[in-house]
Design a protein around this ligand. Structure first.
Ligand code: UD1
Length: 418
């Protein structure tokens, strides 16, 4: 298992190109199952999660070729409608194949994902949505067995705004007869990117990016070439890391419009943030960051995926801040590890109270999920002394070439295999 040895006390400086969005690329790969030709996806990040989704598609019978940010998926010969536990337990987003399989083949057997470091992450909304469309859903031996002779468009209201359920139902509804509406739909840019790709494939979808989406079922979708949007979470992570290390970094090839809340919060912290076209520059060289409360919310609110990195930034201020998690109320596994750096954090219900102490000291810590891992790397970069960050396989799931990117900005990170 790989670890990072990180020399602390560095500041990040320079220019960095944004990668494609993992959370847009994964549903896009699943969407390739809706057609029976060769789908070409561009700007796909080189990540373990992408390789896991490729394995899921190969089990189903697709040919998947990954090279230099391009993924080609030939789904003409798919003949096995199953996503096995061994893969779904590694990556919950594998569950995205459920909707396309039902839409194209009228059946699917997809493992239930099971537990998650973020706390409870049910898939009930996905399943209720499929049932509303006329799908018979049975849970047997840890698997969802779905069968749909004929699916009919219906009105579906999500009890909770869910990115995954919105995308999955949208894909299933492409194969239903008539119109499906999704209310309280997720508005995240990754949902919009999926809808735009489906529209390019010939789907009839309106309203993506709002809480009301309408999908008119279509008999056949065609394969497309699609360029995945830039990763707003990766970008946000590096912007926060720059502020935390008192550096100055320009991120290129990103979508500032997808990061407005994060940019505005960084402005509140007192660092200079400048947006020019597809670039964002954060300059924190001359300012001790100020304490700023955040509450995670659905898009366009502050993203839950940046809550852990933000916690580190707040540890490095001189003031007190409150961070409240409304999406995953138990998503605080990074807190115990941050205490090892000398952070002062108290947790109460779904909030943490951070007392900024301006400095952290290097420590050995362990990643528990992708974003908690990113937070630990930021803390290690900002801390005095050396740190060891264990279980970096979590980071390899979600951050393309993370140590190479950070080292190019002046970080001193060494990967060791044990
Ligand atoms: C996606 C992202 C993840 C991000 C999350 C929230 C991917 C691959 N992952 O995950 O990085 O943290 O959005 O922005 O895109 N819920 C239910 N029942 C369901 C589905 C969800 O109750 O059937 C709840 C969840 O427990 C959570 C909330 O809905 O409280 C939002 O989850 P959701 O948007 O579905 O997250 P994911 O799509 O799994």
């Amino acid at each position: 298992m790989d670890s990072f040895i990180i020399e602390g006390g560095c500041s990040l400086n320079g220019t960095l190109a944004c990668s494609g969005a993992k959370n847009a690329a994964l549903p896009a790969m699943a969407a390739a199952l809706l057609t029976d030709g060769v789908t070409t996806l561009k700007n796909v990040p080189d990540l373990q999660d992408i390789r896991t989704m490729a394995m899921v598609l190969r089990v189903i019978g697709a040919d998947v070729h990954i090279e230099d940010g391009t993924v080609k998926i030939d789904s003409s010969h798919c003949n096995f409608w199953e996503a096995p536990y061994e893969l779904v337990r590694k990556m919950r987003a594998s569950f995205y194949v459920l909707g396309p399989l039902i839409a194209r083949f009228g059946q699917a057997r997809v493992s239930l994902p099971g537990g998650c470091a973020l706390g409870p992450r049910p898939v009930d909304l996905h399943l209720k949505g499929m049932e509303r469309l006329g799908c018979d859903i049975q849970i047997e031996n840890g698997y969802v067995n779905a069968k749909a002779k004929k699916m009919t468009g219906r009105k579906i209201r999500l009890d909770v705004s869910s990115v995954g359920a919105t995308g999955n139902i949208m894909m299933a509804a492409c194969g239903a007869k008539g119109k499906t509406t999704i209310d309280n739909a997720a508005c995240e840019p990754e949902v919009v990117d999926l809808a735009d790709m489906l529209i390019a494939m010939g789907a009839d979808i309106e309203g993506a990016g709002t809480t009301h989406i309408e999908i008119a079922g279509t008999s056949k979708l065609k394969p497309v070439r699609w360029k995945v949007i830039p990763d707003r979470i990766e970008a946000g992570t590096y912007l926060i890391a720059t502020a935390a290390t008192r550096g100055s970094v320009t991120l290129t090839g990103c979508r500032p419009d997808h990061l407005q809340t994060v940019i505005s919060k960084l402005g509140d912290v007192g660092v200079d943030v400048a947006v020019e076209g597809k670039s964002i520059t954060v300059n924190a060289q001359h300012k001790i960051p100020e304490a700023v409360d955040v509450t995670t919310e659905v898009y366009p609110g502050f993203p839950t995926d940046l809550q852990a990195p933000w916690t580190v930034l707040m540890c490095l201020t001189e003031g007190d801040s409150i961070i409240t998690e409304t999406i995953y109320p138990e998503r605080f596994t990074h807190v115990q590890e941050l205490l090892r750096f000398g952070a002062k954090i108290r947790k109460k219900l779904n909030s943490i109270y951070v007392s900024g102490s301006k400095r952290l000291s290097g420590a050995s810590v362990m990643c528990s999920d992708i974003r908690a891992g990113a937070a630990l790397v930021i803390a290690a970069l900002a801390a005095k002394g050396n740190s060891k960050v264990l279980r970096v396989y979590h980071l390899d799931r979600g951050y393309e070439k993370i140590e190479k990117k950070l080292n190019a900005l002046g970080a001193k990170i060494r990967r060791v295999s044990e």
